[in-house]
Design a binder for this molecule. Structure first.
Ligand code: S6P
Ligand code: ZN
Length: 414
């Protein structure tokens, strides 16, 4: 990806204003109703708009007040909050990694924007001594997060495409807003784990390295200490995948002429791609990744991966289907052949000693997670020369038929 613009949420990403909000509610409840506001109640307000917080807390503390009074109280809370910011907000409230990230982006020519729904944002930024190339004015945005409007406004300002941007958020509705704008999303903190961000970080301190990776490609993963990597298909924020086009696979299909005809017509379709993390070649490590096998046929044979034995023959491999349907064709060197169905939620185990190949018999991409012993290595030659014992073919009625591979049969009869 060519990154040109990074768009940031403010609260929880650039700065932590949690303590100011807590103190403001505390003072409000003490003054108006003689109630001691607790951290447990404060938890309920995270990511919730001001007046909604007011109603929620009033219910929590059993306060009886009409809408009008609650509105006035919410306004008073905001005044207290602003006053606290005036008196106490300092660069010490900037979250870890943020200054380094902004310096890095400036050095690398990436423009920065702020997409905060808070009308206090310009004041806060100013006070912290931070500068962004552009701050979206929330007053001019028709629909708040999770609608994409605020991120689209940032994108339009710079005249770039969504794929040239990345958004950073710490709340589910914020990540949803980024994704709805079509941008890749970086999520911060455990709250966004379920929000389908492309990358999820534990803290903002990991942002400088994440941006370096976006700009320069991934660093060495921490195989000795543990790590979490994005394997989403397509892996929008990671290194490019290995791709296999038909021109690299013609010899693998039974009907070679059909393959050559497709190529002669001027197209070289992408048959499959896989993204694998390069584990150290150590028997104690586990190599893993994701393969996406596209739907299609060559003649009547379904699209498939090359297939291979492992170099260390006696090593198994597990496939877990995430999307699509098809099968894992496996065979050993002693005439045992099996085909294992692949569909979301099913795990297929290619036993040690068995060659394995994915076949897509459906009409959408077949996406599988795979994992195997990291030092197993690959033996492609055997399959390249004589194929698998079985061919997986589409019948005239659109069904699936598994037949003997005549080439292999002849060979084994000799
Ligand atoms: C590796 C594992 C997968 C395949 C990938 C591509 O042991 O089985 O990573 O490499 O699905 O298939 P192939 O047959 O071209 O290697
Ligand atoms: Zn394998």
């Amino acid at each position: 990806m060519h990154l040109r613009v990074a768009v940031f949420d403010l609260d929880g990403v650039i700065v932590s204003t949690d303590t100011f909000h807590f103190e403001a509610w505390k003072r409000l409840f003490a003054k108006r109703w003689g109630i001691v506001h607790t951290p447990a109640a404060e938890e309920l307000t995270k990511g919730v708009a001001r007046f909604e917080c007011m109603k929620l807390l009033a219910r929590y503390y059993g306060i009886r007040a009409d809408e009008e009074e609650l509105h006035r109280a919410a306004e008073e809370k905001n005044r207290i909050y602003q006053q606290l910011l005036q008196e106490q907000l300092s660069p010490a409230n900037i979250l870890p990694g943020i200054p380094q990230t902004l310096v890095l982006l400036k050095e690398r020519g990436v423009r920065t924007a702020l997409a905060s729904s808070s009308r206090n944002a310009p004041f806060i930024i100013n006070r912290l001594g931070l500068t962004f190339d552009y701050c979206v004015d929330p007053a001019a945005i028709p629909h708040g997060k999770p609608a994409p409007d605020i991120y689209l406004a940032a994108m339009d300002h710079f005249g770039v495409s969504a794929q040239e941007c990345v958004g950073v958020e710490d709340a589910v509705s914020g990540v949803a807003s980024i994704l709805a704008a079509g941008m890749p999303a970086i999520g911060i903190g455990p709250a966004v784990i379920a929000a389908r961000a492309d990358v999820v970080l534990e803290t903002t301190a990991q942002l400088p390295q994440t941006f370096e990776e976006l700009l320069d490609g991934p660093r060495q993963l921490d195989w000795a200490g543990g790590f979490c990597a994005a394997l989403a298909a397509p892996a929008r924020l990671r290194a490019p995948t290995e791709q296999r086009r038909l021109s690299q696979l013609t010899g693998y299909f039974e009907d070679r002429r059909a393959a050559e005809n497709i190529l002669a017509s001027g197209s070289d379709p992408l048959v499959y791609e896989y993204h694998q993390l390069n584990a150290p070649r150590d028997p104690g490590d586990v190599a893993f990744g994701v393969t996406t096998l596209y739907p299609g046929v060559v003649g009547s044979e379904f699209y498939m991966t090359k297939g291979h034995f492992h170099g260390v023959l006696e090593t198994g491999e597990v496939y877990y289907a995430l999307q699509g349907s098809g099968l894992l064709l496996t065979e050993d060197r002693h005439r045992h052949t099996r085909w294992l169905p692949l569909a979301p939620g099913r795990a297929a185990y290619a036993a040690k000693g068995f060659a394995h190949r994915m076949v897509n018999t459906g009409d959408e991409p077949l996406v599988c997670f795979f994992a195997y012993r990291a030092d197993a290595g690959h033996d492609y030659k055997t399959i390249e020369q004589s194929g698998f014992r079985k061919l997986v073919l589409r019948t005239e009625g659109g069904g699936v038929s598994i037949q003997d591979n005549p080439k292999k049969k002849q060979e084994e009869e000799v």
